[in-house]
Design a protein around this ligand. Structure first.
Ligand code: ADP
Length: 490
């Protein structure tokens, strides 16, 4: 059974100690006794009590000297001093030191009990109020920690966050928001948003959200900047309400979706490219097959052979397209395994030039190679270097004019092997250069309408050069020609 409280009776008179014990135990208190100050201090430190009944006049360490160590051991200990009339002054002094009450000796049980009951009640209240105080302190501490945690999280977010209050003032924003909105200076807090944010569209949406009566999240796209530096942000705005549903303000989360938009654009471009590039050769092949099957030219085997030849060319170009697509997808997924070995670039260039000789003649383009003897070998993947050469020579011939020329030139430059693919063809306008190496990007010009292609060749070249830690440069003048230079580290 739990005692009503634990009491230490400290008195040098045995009769007094016993008397107290006999009064208190039947009332449900647990009672220990100490015969002098030293024992009292030891017990208080070791055991812990709710209350101490203390005689002030004891030999050795007097009661007055017990009070301070007792307070140290337990600041909420309820101390009741038992004193004779002669030491009333001391009782007053003890009260100043923080004892709770005193009782004059000798006393009857019904005099002691109410004092003890009151003392115990006070003790209970003091312990409770200390507990509440500590809890409050702890809560405040947690609150402060929580606040700084939220602050840290908001500041580290890659998404931008803006918070405005119901007066339409900017009350919080994180560095990502400032960066995404390209704010040159930190916007002042608690200024009206129209002043704080130099972005009328966003301000408009935020103001709209202020008037909302129901919870409605708004998603909008916001363009920031112009030209090649332009970005697109997805802005999500939501009203904030407290538990009672009272409108507090709005939160806007900003996310950079430029890359997603670009992928989206590339995807539609891809679909239209594929449908066009696949459809036209297939339709042509189908046409040839129809003619052959109809038997209309059965009497003219030479014409039939020419038709089959053309059909063959178209399927070749289809295969080429599919090859390019596979190559890009392999490179994209990192599934490609490179066999790096010393490669004699001169030999590969000569082979490639030889391979395109017929094609060049057909286009009336002069194709030559300038390859010095004894060039050092580069550590590279032979198949990829062949593909790089093929793509560059094929472009130089494709985007050329009758009577033009293509020169494949090799040289050593410091610790690089340099390949220049020079043509006197159509050239590329300055504004088309930045996107030249982007997948599926084809330059639309009347002269190139008949030229088939996937827009993948140069992007593959770029990836191969990057994979070999090399460098790719292009110099071009519209209608005069281009030079594509590849630098591969030796
Ligand atoms: P494709 O040739 O399949 O269209 P590429 O990625 O090889 O794709 O080339 C992208 C675009 O760059 C071409 O559509 C063409 O307009 C331009 N281009 C590439 N090489 C040359 C060149 N040597 N001269 C002029 N334009 C070129």
């Amino acid at each position: 059974m739990n005692a009503k409280g634990k009491i230490l009776v400290v008195d040098d008179e045995r009769g007094m100690r016993e008397g107290c014990r006999r009064i208190l135990v039947p009332e449900g208190y647990a009672v220990d006794m100490a015969a002098d100050g030293e024992e009292a201090i030891r017990r208080l430190r070791e055991d812990g009590y709710d209350m101490m009944l203390l005689d002030l006049k004891m030999p050795g360490i007097g009661g007055m000297d017990v009070i301070e160590p007792a307070r140290k051991a337990d600041p909420d200990l309820s101390i009741i001093v038992m004193t004779g009339y002669a030491t009333l002054e001391s009782a007053v002094e003890a009260t100043k030191r923080g004892i709770y009450d005193y009782i004059a000796k000798p006393f009857a049980p019904d005099e002691l009990l109410p004092v003890v009951t009151r003392g115990m009640e006070t003790r209970r209240l003091m312990v409770e109020s200390r507990r509440l105080r500590e809890e409050r302190d702890r809560n405040l501490l947690e609150l402060a920690a929580e606040k700084s945690r939220i602050h840290t999280v908001v500041n580290c977010m890659a998404d931008g966050a803006l918070v405005i209050n119901r007066e339409g003032q900017l009350v919080l924003y994180n560095p990502a928001a400032a960066h995404l909105l390209r704010l040159s200076a930190s916007p002042p807090l608690e200024a009206p948003i129209a002043e704080a944010l130099p972005c009328p569209a966003l301000v408009g949406w935020l103001e709209e959200s202020q008037g909302e009566t129901e919870f409605r999240r708004v998603s909008r796209e916001l363009s920031v900047g112009e030209g090649p530096e332009a970005t697109v942000l997805m802005v999500n705005i939501a009203p904030v309400r407290d538990e009672a549903g009272l409108f507090l303000g709005s939160v806007a989360i900003l996310r950079d979706i430029t890359r997603l938009k670009e992928i989206d654009r590339m995807k539609s471009q891809f679909v239209s490219m594929v449908s066009h590039e696949l459809r036209s050769p297939l339709a042509a092949v189908e046409g040839y097959l129809d003619v052959l099957l109809s038997g209309l030219i059965a009497h003219d085997p030479e014409r039939a052979r020419r038709m089959m030849h053309r059909a063959r060319e178209r399927t070749d170009s289809l295969l080429h397209l599919v090859d390019d697509l596979l190559q890009v997808s392999r490179m994209e997924s990192g599934r490609i395994r490179r066999n790096l070995a010393p490669v004699a670039l001169g030999d590969l260039a000569k082979e490639a030039v030889l391979f395109f000789e017929e094609e060049a003649q057909k286009k009336e383009v002069r194709l030559t190679a300038e390859i010095p003897e004894s060039l050092p070998a580069v550590l590279a993947d032979k198949d990829e270097i062949t593909r790089l050469l093929t793509n560059l020579i094929s472009n130089a011939i494709k985007y050329n004019r009758p009577g033009g020329s293509v020169t494949a030139r090799l040289s050593q430059e410091a610790s690089f092997l340099r390949l220049d693919m020079e043509d006197t063809g159509l050239g590329i306008a300055e504004e088309d250069l930045p996107r030249l190496f982007t997948e599926f990007h084809r330059i639309k010009r009347p002269e190139t309408l008949q030229v088939t292609g996937t827009g993948l060749g140069l992007s593959i070249v770029k990836r191969i050069v990057d994979a070999h830690h090399g460098r790719l440069e292009v110099r071009s003048r519209l209608n005069e020609g281009s030079v594509f230079s590849v630098f591969l580290p030796l």
